[in-house]
Write a protein that binds this ligand. Sequence first.
Ligand code: FE2
Length: 359
Amino acid sequence: MATAPPPHPYLHTPTPESVPAISPAELVVAREGPAPPVVVDLRAARERRLARLPGDLSIPLSELPSRWAEVPADRPVVVYCQFGGTARRGAQFLREHGLAHVALLEGGLDEYSRIVDPTIARYSPGGETDGWVLQQFPRPETGCLAYLVGDLASGEAAVLDPGIDPAPYLAAVESLGLKLRSIVETHTHADHLAGHAALHERTGAAIVVSHRSPAQYPHRLLTEGDSVEVGNQALMAWETPGHTSDHLTLRLHDKAFTGDTLLIGSCGRTDLGDGSPRQLWESLTTKLLTLPDDTEIFPAHYGSRHSLPDRYVSTVGFERATNEALRQPDWPSFEKYMTEGWPPKPSSFDEIVRRNLSA
Ligand SMILES: [Fe+2]
């Protein structure tokens, strides 16, 4: 009979007091199962206004000593906070008070948004008074991703690469208590109708594009190093041509909104508009790949529609190691990768570009 392996020397031996953790994906399965857990949010009310899990019970950690009896003792319980630290303390408290089946949500709401539901806003640890909030807007029908960035102190917001229907962005700024100031197009889109005009019409927010854009509508121009001010936050513009000549990457703290310059698993093709494989190679190797490995990457496309993974966010380090385009060892290999094996360009794309640039 085989004997159990010895415990790994790097791991602390689990004790009866250890708090079990449930991953975001496991929580989804558990909530759809026959015995769904009670989900308890231990964050303060101001954070709940920014993001929360539907159908949860709110008991801030500070109120747990007086309210813990509200948590049903006869059901499994999952407690959560933004990153997991507060939840650990709350779970320990509940277990000490006799609740046997308590787990914490691993990585908190931040990880849940990354893995399961990107429409749940993420926000900085500064909270409501001195930080940012970030929300992704996936459009499965087109495989596009748009973004909202908000500054919590001033209440100002910007939207990047909105889809043609302004409703989701208008609803988000309203629910987050923000005012939309800027609409940024990372580049001239060829594969879908852009939403800047509709959103501008509803909000009056300025449309912001690269100085290289041939846009005919009223807009503000960005050049290398310019910023889109969002209250106390700033989206710094980096010219990253290649997918198109007017392509911008926008940077916010340790995050980069890479448009179609860098996608998850690949990069945007260069033959749909006025792109250039050589320019894309330069943009990737002299700019994006100089960012630290833990820089978060937020692309403009995702999903099987574009032969990409169904993931919404990545990091420079992960892409450096796994991305097909980035793993090309030199310029000749990259040029071959960018010019061979792509499906034919759809005939509608020239007309889409014309409409996206029109006044
Ligand atoms: Fe594009």
